[in-house]
Design a protein around this ligand. Structure first.
Ligand SMILES: Nc1ncnc2c1ncn2[C@@H]1O[C@H](COP(=O)(O)OP(=O)(O)OP(=O)(O)O)[C@@H](O)[C@H]1O
Ligand SMILES: [Mg+2]
Length: 498
């Protein structure tokens, strides 16, 4: 980052836009760059006005317009840092825009660089060509190690073992330097020592702050899923895709998988289990919220998501109900001036080009709501279609659900239960068993085949109600998506052949 900014300044770029939540870190970086170049650094804020950082002289000009007027008076090779200036570029005054453009142009001859520092990108179209955008990524392992060293020094704690240091830094990835510093300090206050679990807990809180991402603790593994053999096989084949061995071998980095299908058949469950297959953290993205709020913020929302995911990587990024987030993109921005399509385009290109080990697992129920580009061949490593469970799968699901509620599956006739729950989803099987538990509890009994039978007599499965839309989805998926389960016919042929 330091090198990149140095190059821009030396090449005479008149406008830099630094995007970061970490004011202090960016300012320290900029100061180091300016010192190395032997230039001068002026810093402006609406409260303090313009200050020469070399000697602390204040030049006044708290007004955002007034400060632009002062730029012409500054000596050659001055760098001017404008804090929070993005706030004045949101719906800007035309005079301010003109003045800024004039100053950028005039400053060029004097070797001036104006650096806007803001936590989000906010550039009106008039200025898009005038500024070069520098996105400060979240601190990497090296920077976090520095923060940790600082805390060890200031608290006088002894150096932890290399394993603990690695665990602490791993837990802090995804935090800003200030957040990491706070979390380390909190851990010392709370438990008298540096504890990776405290850092991880603080990170889960920090990640949630913008309302887009959530770090999910999950215990689901492939053993929690009944059936879906092809999907499980496929995931297992990729379990080591992010290891150094895979890299050495030259395996291409997996992009991700999209699971389409009937509601309640285990898509979300599989997404959660994927994180344990890879043995990495699970980040859930609320795609609907990317487009929420102010237009123009959607782009910075997406940047924030990508930055956090890449900092935490290797990780699984789970986008549940993809259609809810990206449905608006079909109408190519009729209501929001094209923002949705732009953000969607950025998302797709990130997916295609990302080099960081972020594995995307997305789920969707309704393909008709998804932009067709999302479904193009090659977009995902694989598109799976999750259908209603087969009889064998239902048997496995019954077994898993019964055991989940601490009952002995062996005391039930699983074969029969699978038979009488034809066209039930996994989620419905769970509901039926829960209802049976309630009925048995009321009678001070244990649930049995009989209680389940009673519940079934009153139960109408979803597939009976939405048969048509299921058929439509199945028809769509045929030839376009891979089945998540080996078709029963194929399985019996295989068995005969064997
Ligand atoms: N194949 C399965 N094996 C075991 N349990 C299952 C299976 N499918 C569904 N379930 C049960 O049903 C619950 C709901 O399933 P899940 O949330 O994965 O469905 P989904 O396919 O994501 O549905 P939706 O499209 O409505 O989001 C799970 O938490 C699990 O208890
Ligand atoms: Mg789901």
């Amino acid at each position: 980052m330091r090198e990149k900014i140095t190059h821009y300044i030396r090449a005479g770029y008149a406008g830099l836009y630094l995007v970061s939540h970490e004011e202090q870190r960016v300012e320290a970086e900029l100061k180091a760059i300016v010192d190395a170049l032997k230039h001068r650094l002026y810093a402006w804020s609406a409260t303090a006005g313009l200050i020469d950082t070399a000697d602390g002289t204040a030049r006044g000009a708290q007004d955002p317009m007034e400060v632009l007027g002062l730029l012409a008076e500054l000596p050659d090779d001055s760098i001017v840092l404008l804090r929070d200036y993005h706030l004045f570029l949101d719906d800007p005054n035309p005079l301010l825009l003109r003045q800024l453009k004039d100053q950028l142009r005039a400053g060029k001859t004097k070797g001036h660089t104006v650096a806007v520092l803001g936590c989000r990108l906010q550039l009106p179209p008039e200025l898009e060509r005038e500024f070069i955008i520098v996105d400060f990524t979240l601190p990497g392992a090296e920077a976090l190690d520095e923060v940790l060293k600082g805390i060890l020094k200031s608290t006088g704690k002894k150096q932890p073992s290399p394993e603990t240091v690695a665990a602490l830094i791993d837990a802090a990835r995804g935090l800003t330097t200030t957040e990491a510093e706070d979390a380390f300090a909190l851990s010392v206050v709370e438990c008298g020592d540096l504890n990776p679990a405290v850092i991880a807990r603080e990170k889960a809180q920090a990640v949630k702050k913008n309302g887009l991402l959530e770090l999910i603790e999950t215990r689901e593994s492939l053993a929690s899923i009944g059936g879906l053999d092809l999907l499980k096989d496929w995931l297992l084949k990729r379990r080591e895709a992010f290891t150094p061995r895979a890299k050495e071998y030259g395996l291409p980095m997996p992009k991700g998988v999209l699971m389409l299908g009937i509601p309640g058949c285990g898509k979300s469950l599989t997404a959660k289990a994927t994180a344990s297959v890879f043995g990495v953290p699970l980040l859930r993205l609320d795609a609907g919220r990317i487009f929420a709020g102010l237009v123009g913020q959607s782009e910075s929302n997406l940047r924030a998501v990508i930055q956090t995911a890449e900092a935490i990587a290797p990780c699984v990024l789970w986008i549940d109900e993809l259609e809810k987030g990206f449905a608006g993109c079909r109408s190519s921005g009729s209501t929001d001036g094209g923002t949705s399509s732009r953000v969607f385009g950025s998302f797709i290109s990130w997916m295609q080009e990302k080099r960081s080990p972020v594995f995307i697992v997305a789920t969707a129920n309704d393909v008709s709501q998804l932009p067709p580009e999302m479904l193009r061949k090659g977009r995902w490593d694989e598109l799976f279609f999750v259908d209603l469970p087969t009889r064998d799968e239902r048997e496995a699901i019954w077994e898993i659900q019964i055991a989940k509620f601490n009952r002995d599956a062996e005391s039930f006739d699983l074969r029969q239960l699978a038979k009488v729950t034809d066209s039930f989803t996994g989620s419905e099987i769970e509901q039926v068993f829960i209802e049976a538990l309630y009925r048995a509890f009321e009678r001070e009994q244990e649930p049995a085949d009989l209680t389940i039978g009673e519940v079934l007599a009153d139960f109408v499965p979803l597939s009976k109600l939405m048969g048509e839309s299921m058929t439509a989805l199945r028809t769509w998926a045929k030839g376009r998506a891979r089945p998540a389960t080996t078709p029963p016919a194929e399985r019996s042929t295989r068995r005969i052949a064997a």
